[in-house]
Design a binder for this molecule. Structure first.
Ligand code: SAM
Length: 218
């Protein structure tokens, strides 16, 4: 499903989504991400939130070296690839239809010595979560994954499953609709949440979140 009604000519600023590839330089490497909007839609293009997340990761505000990370809704995989280049072991996930393009991008953009540090894997939010270790990740990354109201509850369940009390969640968000802020309100009931970065040009917010201790009935 498209995030905005869009044809190739209607919004020149969005025409980059129709390019067969997108190019970036992060972690001292030129990265070339294959895109395929026509075949796979939102999962097969690099969104601004991913670019701003990579900028934020490069700033060094979050410790990535030796960390065990998972990326949710990875799309083309840019964020997971950059996290791996910056020293993390990363499980890069999305829904099944996105995985071929995602795997190809990971292979193309990581040097052979880092292939072992990355796994590409199917994860539909809220489903079969037992396949992923409960509380098993130091860092949970998500770029532009808050946009479908129907997914808010399963996305929150997924965050709760993969996080321990020590995990850090980083979400890069474009706030397009009021409902997007509803997710942030839901998140802040279970996670301590703070905005740590805002990129004005692309209008992307980065939120950091930590799981709150469970509320115990007396
Ligand atoms: C707007 S795209 C963002 C892609 C990428 N993170 C980026 O910023 O370039 C949203 C991503 O969330 C994924 N997604 C949507 N609903 C999902 C669900 N229920 N479970 C898992 N992934 C989902 C889509 O397949 C897509 O890759």
């Amino acid at each position: 499903m498209a995030l905005v009604p869009y044809t190739e000519t209607s919004f020149p600023a969005l025409s980059k989504l129709h390019n067969a590839s997108a190019h970036f330089r992060f972690a001292n490497r030129d990265l070339h991400l294959a895109q395929d909007w026509k075949k796979l839609g939102v999962a097969a293009v690099v969104w601004d939130a991913a670019v701003v997340m990579c900028m934020y990761l490069e700033m060094g505000q979050v410790d990535l070296k030796g960390k065990v990370a998972i990326e949710l809704g990875a799309g083309t995989g840019l964020v997971g690839i950059v996290a791996a280049l910056l020293g993390s072991t990363v499980t890069i996930t999305d829904r099944e239809p996105a995985l071929d393009l995602l795997s190809a991008n990971v292979r193309t953009n990581l040097p052979p010595e880092l292939h072992e540090s990355v796994a590409v894997s199917e994860l539909t939010w809220g489903e079969n979560l037992q396949r992923y270790p409960a509380g098993g990740f130091d860092l949970v990354l998500g770029a532009d994954i808050v946009y479908l109201e129907d997914t808010f509850v399963p996305l929150l369940q997924t965050l709760e499953h993969v996080c321990s009390d020590l995990s850090v969640v980083l979400l890069a968000c474009k706030i397009r609709y009021e409902r997007d802020t509803n997710f942030l309100a839901m998140l802040s009931q279970r996670f301590r949440t703070e905005e740590v970065y805002y990129e004005k040009q692309r209008d992307i917010h980065i939120f950091k979140a930590w799981k709150l201790p469970p509320v115990r009935d007396l």
